[in-house]
Design a protein. Structure first.
Length: 387
C-alpha cells in the first residue's frame, strides 16, 4: 500500500473510531488485541462484539439481523457456552430505547460442532441481562436452523464482512506519527479484513414480527470471576463507544475528554443521553477541529450528539428515513459506514443537519477501501469462510 499524509489523517481518526470493535492483529507471529471493548473479560474474544447489521432479506418481507464476534476466527474458534455466555439481539419497537423483543442464542459443546438453542422473548422479560423465553429453534453451528416457521437462524464461521485499512492505522498511528495534516490525495487503501474470518450469528424473521420501524442493538453477557453475570459488551451503531470513550493521544490526551468503556458496555441505551452526551460532544469537537471549517459549534455538537445517542441502530423499512445512509438507517453488509462516519465526525454535514452552515465534506472522507465481493444473495448472506 502506498503511504501518504492522507492515510496518517485517516488512521488518526480510525484509531479513535475503532469501527471494528475489537481487532486481533498478527504481529511477530503472535495475536495482539488492537483494543478490547470489554476490559472486564479480557481474553474472551467470544464475547467481544465486532459489528452489527440490520437489513432487508432477499425476500423483502423479511428482516435480517446479524452480529459478529471473535475477530480473526478459525475453524476451531467457538462461541461461549450457555453456562458462561449469552448472545442477545435486542429490538425496540416503539422508540423508547427499551427492548420489547429479544432473540437469545445459547451454545453448548457437543463434538466437533456446538449445539445451539434460540429463544424469543417479549415484554419486560426481554429487558433481562440473560433473557429466557420461548424456544423457537434448535440445531448445530454451521447449519441453517428453521425457527418453527418464524424464520431462519445461523451461527458459525463466516468470512468477515467488514472492510477497513488497518495497515495504515498500525503504520501511521501506532508509530506515533500524528503531526501530518489531513491530505485526501488519491492513495489506494489496503483492506486488512479481506481474507479474515469471524464468528457470525444471523437471524432472519418476518418483518411483521418485529415491526417496520425498529431500533436494534446486541449484547453479550458473561460470568465474571465471581460467577456473577455481567453485560460484557454492547453495540448498536458502529464506532460510538470507542469515539466517545477514547483515552487515546488525540481525544483523551490533547482533547482532554474522559470516558470509560467498561461503564459504557454495562450501560443501557435509554440512559445514554444522560450518561454520555457530554463525552460525545467533547470527542466530536476534537475530531471536527481537523476540518478547514473548524470545530462544530455548540449547537451543532448538540444536534450530532442527539443523533448518535442512544446507541441504537435504527431500521425503518418503509419510511422516509430509509433514504439515509447507514448507519443512520440500518446497515447492510456492503454499506461503507467508515466513509459516512469519517465525513460526519471530522466536520462534514452530508446529511444536511445544519441548514447549509457547513459543507458535506469533512477533513477526511474515505479510507479508499471498498466492500468485499463474497457477500451472498441467499441466507446467511455473509460469505463462506476463507480457507
Amino acid at each position: 500500500m502506498r503511504r501518504s499524509r492522507r492515510f496518517v489523517a485517516t488512521a488518526v481518526t480510525m484509531a479513535l473510531l475503532g469501527l471494528a470493535a475489537s481487532v486481533a492483529i498478527p504481529m511477530a507471529g503472535l495475536f495482539a488485541a488492537d483494543h478490547l471493548d470489554s476490559p472486564a473479560v479480557a481474553g474472551r474474544p467470544d464475547v467481544d462484539i465486532n459489528d452489527v447489521y440490520a437489513f432487508a432479506g432477499n425476500n423483502s418481507a423479511h428482516t435480517v439481523l446479524a452480529m459478529t464476534v471473535s475477530p480473526v476466527a478459525s475453524a476451531t474458534t467457538r462461541f461461549g457456552t450457555d453456562k458462561m455466555t449469552r448472545y442477545v439481539f435486542r429490538i425496540d419497537t416503539n422508540g423508547d430505547a427499551v427492548e420489547d423483543i429479544a432473540y437469545v442464542a445459547e451454545f453448548r459443546n457437543d463434538g466437533e460442532d456446538q449445539k445451539v438453542t434460540v429463544e424469543r422473548v417479549t415484554g419486560k422479560d426481554a429487558r433481562s441481562l440473560t433473557p429466557n423465553g420461548r424456544v423457537v429453534g434448535r440445531g448445530a453451528t454451521n447449519e441453517v436452523i428453521d425457527l418453527k416457521g418464524e424464520g431462519r437462524f445461523f451461527a458459525g464461521l463466516r468470512s468477515d464482512p467488514f472492510y477497513f485499512d488497518l495497515a495504515a492505522f498500525r503504520d501511521d498511528v501506532e508509530s506515533g506519527n500524528l503531526a501530518a495534516a489531513p491530505n485526501l490525495g488519491d492513495a489506494t487503501g489496503s483492506d486488512f479484513f479481506a481474507e479474515l474470518n469471524t464468528l457470525a450469528i444471523v437471524l432472519e424473521v418476518k418483518a411483521r414480527d418485529l415491526g417496520e420501524n425498529i431500533g436494534v442493538w446486541v449484547t453479550t453477557s458473561a460470568r465474571n470471576s465471581n460467577g456473577k453475570w455481567i453485560q460484557a459488551d454492547r453495540m448498536g451503531r458502529p464506532a460510538i463507544n470507542t469515539v466517545i470513550n477514547s483515552t487515546g493521544a488525540v481525544i483523551g490526551g490533547l482533547g482532554g475528554c474522559t470516558g470509560s468503556k467498561t461503564a459504557y458496555n454495562a450501560g443501557l441505551p435509554r440512559n445514554d443521553s444522560a450518561d454520555f452526551i457530554d463525552e460525545a460532544a467533547c470527542a466530536l469537537a476534537v475530531l471536527s477541529s481537523l476540518d478547514s471549517e473548524g470545530s462544530y459549534t455548540g449547537a451543532q455538537l448538540g444536534i450530532l450528539a442527539s443523533v448518535l445517542l442512544p446507541d441504537i441502530l435504527p431500521f425503518h423499512r418503509t419510511g422516509p428515513v430509509s433514504q439515509l445512509p447507514a448507519p443512520l438507517n440500518g446497515r447492510a453488509l456492503a454499506d461503507d459506514v467508515i466513509d459516512v462516519e469519517l465525513r460526519v465526525v471530522t466536520g462534514g454535514d452530508p446529511l444536511g443537519l445544519f441548514g447549509g452552515a457547513r459543507d458535506a465534506d469533512g477533513a477526511i472522507n474515505t479510507d479508499a477501501v471498498g466492500p468485499h465481493t463474497d457477500y451472498l444473495t441467499e441466507f446467511p448472506y455473509l460469505g463462506v469462510p476463507h480457507s
